[in-house]
Write a protein that binds this ligand. Structure first.
Ligand SMILES: Cc1cc2nc3c(=O)[nH]c(=O)nc-3n(C[C@H](O)[C@H](O)[C@H](O)COP(=O)(O)O)c2cc1C
Length: 316
């Protein structure tokens, strides 16, 4: 039937498979940029989203870093939230039921300072039902309280993934740090450790200085840079990850339009996450979904699969 319709009316299935996880479309909202995911219900068409990644949840509640935690930069921002969250117990009791009621795939982001903490959080979530996947935040550059340096070191990141793999059957996405000498090596280490998908990337370590006080504007010193300023670098990192592994890649970094999301899909990401751009425009991710559908119709493509990885790589 749909073949007889004029091109502008053709219905295109935007559904996508990421290993064991099936999403209704490839556009999610990124961890930490959409509250827990339920606060924005009145601000956007939540059900139009491909999924919601929650803010990172840790074993114990955390009050986060000292203010100011955000600093605006040209086309971006530096943040140092410090993983403020309600802790896993309250998350499961209060936040998760509200999130699951939204009728959208829910991916729970988990964090910790030691492998055992990640494992305990995963174990508790394993006892719940309805979660689509866990995103393992092995990449936060802001938590410095001892423990392993998860973000730069492939062996430490792999130890976390391996540890979590032992305690849960849930699909695991490893959220990779771009602050490493070889993101391809990091990606492969997480793949070998049992990840089902790779989210690339988290924020870039960044610094802003108050020229009068001569002190860093963010009290903890450096923070993580996000927003449109990082998009071309994030895209290059995501492409490296695609080239180095066979796992589905979820691209993230500076996406603020459907065209931005399309770049990530073309270089081989199977899904994308919208982060910082949701702050001024919480409805943006839903618009990106519409824009991808429109682009496929205009290009005469009938499935998302034709688009994903269609990059003409001069190195290939
Ligand atoms: C204010 C803020 C809070 C964030 N909190 C988290 C978090 O809790 N866990 C996580 O994995 N990433 C977190 N991120 C990183 C984003 O999920 C995303 O990877 C990054 O911002 C790059 O995407 P963007 O440029 O579209 O924002 C946070 C980003 C921002 C700006």
């Amino acid at each position: 039937m749909s073949a007889e319709r004029p091109p502008e009316e053709r219905v295109i299935d935007l559904g996508v498979e990421l290993g064991p996880v099936r999403l209704p479309n490839p556009v999610l909202v990124a961890s930490g940029t959409f509250g827990y995911g339920n606060e924005a219900v009145d601000l956007t068409r939540v059900r139009a989203l491909g999924g919601i990644v929650t803010k990172t949840v840790t074993l114990e509640p955390r009050s986060g870093n000292a203010a100011p935690r955000l600093h605006e930069t040209p086309s971006g921002m530096i943040n140092s939230i410090g993983l403020q969250n309600v802790g896993i117990e309250r998350f499961i009791a209060v936040k998760l039921p509200e999130l699951l009621a939204l009728g959208v795939p829910i991916i729970v982001s988990i964090g910790g300072r030691r492998v055992e903490e990640f494992q305990e959080v995963a174990r508790r979530l394993e006892e719940t039902s309805g979660i689509a996947a866990l995103e393992i935040n092995v990449s936060c550059p802001n938590v410095k309280e001892g423990g392993l340096e998860f973000c730069q070191n492939p062996a430490s990141a792999a130890a976390v993934i391996e540890g979590v793999r032992q305690v849960t059957r849930l699909a695991l996405w490893a959220k990779l740090s771009p602050n490493t000498s070889s993101i391809g090596t990091l990606a492969r280490a997480c793949e070998e450790a049992g990840a089902d998908g790779l989210t690339a990337v988290n924020t870039f370590v960044a610094l802003a200085v108050d020229i009068h006080s001569r002190a860093p504007i963010i009290p903890s010193g450096t923070g993580g840079l996000s927003g449109p300023a990082i998009r071309p670098i994030a895209l290059a990192k995501a492409r490296e990850v695609v080239r180095h592994t066979k796992l589905p890649v979820i691209g993230v970094g500076g996406i603020a339009s459907a065209a931005d999301a399309l770049e990530f899909l073309i270089i081989g990401a199977r899904a994308v996450q919208v982060g910082t751009a949701s702050f001024p425009r919480p409805w943006l991710a839903a618009e990106v979904v519409d824009g991808i559908g429109r682009f496929l119709r205009e290009e005469g493509e009938t499935t998302l699969a034709e688009l994903i990885g269609s990059y003409r790589d001069p190195r290939a």
